[in-house]
Design a protein around this ligand. Structure first.
Ligand code: 5AD
Ligand code: SF4
Length: 471
């Protein structure tokens, strides 16, 4: 044991692609490897172990992995000439989808591990000394049970906002999406486990917890009372944990926005007024072809309900343009829906054919140029709405959670309740503080403001709506 401690700490470089679930998984892989003596590094050049936690959602995301592996081949050779070994791991959804194929395509890879098997990563890395290893099982055992407990120091070093996975996988089978295949069926973690992890985060100084899942509002975890709890009930329990000042959740499906969840937006001051609710398209014909199982009007009704309980809520969504068969008239319906609702932010993509998904075999694929033109029009409208939303905050007081040093010396940066980046003079303030801030100006990607420290009670008492006009 002692001699092991005296050995040079090995270094691991972890690169995360894609969604927030991957960010969480990357952290947990680093935690598991820390037990085996791996220290995290930001420099790939010095890494004894490189982990690429990959994304398979669109073709471009998947292709990025292979170009990165090309660069790693050169690096591995160079390090070998200098007498250092480098092991390369491909984790995440590309690993799950392509498995052995990755070993064939990329000689540089030592280990391929899927998103449900990464608790075994340290053992796989050890085994890789004898030969290449692949594990893309959906094992019976729960990976969370095998991961090390959250360590205070490690959590702290990652900041005051943290992700917490409460649910994985998806049973919805949208016709364009690989997630049900790469992440498997929907599984919810038991309530007690979620609350334990939330408490550990809060104990380590985390102020904001984002509950994450591929279909987070389909959450149905086993409760301590022997019943299944939905996300609404879970949010109430997380809100009771001391130190948790802010809660968010992502990503949701419209059909799982039940009343308990909507009412939580009315009843829980800790639940931030921000909702990411992907709609994908505005045309009922396309929504049906996408197997979304909801209409444009059903989506509008949900938004109306949410806005009734939380009028200031910031809305966000995902959109796909150029799904097979999408006509100009269909696309106009998407533009109409966006114009009607008004989003604070959004992600929009050209449809990307994913092998193995039902839409990939559709013969009515849309020309690339048409997709590009539609995407440009949609993005212009969404950008206009984003800027308008941000403009609406100027002159108001919002509570900002200070997360990190800002762009300029003396500045701090944080987030408004609406997930807007805010920069301000940090004199007398510290990371982790939540302060009322008068928003004074807007630039393209952030807001500037002045902290009204000590005036919190006058301007923005807890439980009030998050943004108040300056009287
Ligand atoms: N092509 C383009 N976008 C996709 N998404 C999922 N699959 C595809 C695909 N095949 C988008 C959806 C989803 C987001 C995470 O990625 O909008 O909500
Ligand atoms: Fe993919 Fe649809 Fe499931 Fe979202 S709900 S992960 S888009 S299949």
């Amino acid at each position: 044991m002692r001699s092991q401690r005296l050995q040079r700490l090995k270094k691991v470089f972890v690169k995360s692609y894609g969604c927030q679930m991957n960010v969480y998984d990357s952290e947990r892989m680093a935690d598991a490897l820390a037990v085996d003596g791996y220290e995290q590094t930001d420099s790939v050049e010095n890494a004894d172990l490189v982990v690429l936690n990959t994304c398979h959602i669109r073709e471009k995301a998947a292709e990025k992995v292979y170009s990165e592996l090309g660069r790693l081949r050169t690096l591995k050779q160079r390090r070998a000439e200098e007498g250092h070994e480098t092991r390369v791991v491909v984790a995440g959804c590309v690993a799950q989808a392509e498995g052995e194929e990755i070993l064939r395509r990329a000689q540089v890879v030592d280990v391929v591990v899927g998103p449900q098997a990464y608790h075994r990563l340290p053992a796989m890395v050890r085994a890789a000394q004898k030969g290449r290893v692949v594990d893309t099982d959906f094992p019976e055992d729960d990976k969370f049970a095998h991961l090390p407990k959250l360590e205070r120091k490690r959590v702290r070093s990652r900041g005051v906002s943290a992700f917490l996975t409460i649910q994985e996988g998806c049973d919805k089978f949208c016709a364009f999406c690989v997630v049900p295949y790469t992440r498997g069926a929907e599984v919810s973690r038991p309530v007690a486990k979620v609350l334990d992890e939330a408490r550990a985060l809060a104990d380590a100084g985390v102020r904001e917890i984002t509950l994450i899942g591929q279909n987070v509002n389909a959450y149905h975890g086993a409760g301590p009372d022997g019943r299944e709890w939905g996300l609404g009930q879970l949010l109430h329990a997380v809100a009771e944990i001391e130190g948790v000042a802010r809660i968010r959740y992502t990503t949701s499906h419209p059909n799982d926005m039940d009343d308990a969840l909507i009412e939580a937006h009315r009843d829980l001051p800790q639940l931030m007024p921000y909702l990411h609710l992907p709609v994908q398209a505005g045309s009922d014909r396309i929504l049906k072809a996408m197997n979304r199982k909801h209409t444009g009007d059903a989506y509008r009704r949900i938004i109306d309900k949410v806005r009734r309980v939380r009028p200031d809520i910031a809305l966000s969504s995902d959109f796909i343009v150029g799904f097979p068969g999408e006509s100009d008239a269909d696309f106009d319906q998407t533009m109409r829906l966006v114009a009607d609702i008004g989003f604070a932010s959004a992600f929009s993509f050209k449809y990307s054919t994913r092998p193995g998904t039902p839409a990939a075999d559709d013969t009515a694929q849309i020309a690339e140029a048409v997709k590009a033109e539609r995407l440009a029009r949609l993005q212009a409208l969404l950008e206009e709405q984003r800027q308008a939303f941000n403009r609406g905050t100027v002159g108001k007081v919002v509570e900002v959670l200070l997360e990190k040093p800002g762009r300029h010396p003396g500045q701090l940066g944080g987030k408004s309740p609406y997930l807007q980046a805010v920069h301000l003079d940090g004199a007398g303030l510290a990371v982790g503080d939540i302060v009322p801030v008068l928003i004074t100006a807007q630039s393209s990607n952030s807001l500037q403001g002045e902290a009204l420290r000590g005036r919190a009670g006058e301007t923005n008492a807890p439980g009030d709506t998050a943004a108040a006009d300056v009287a």
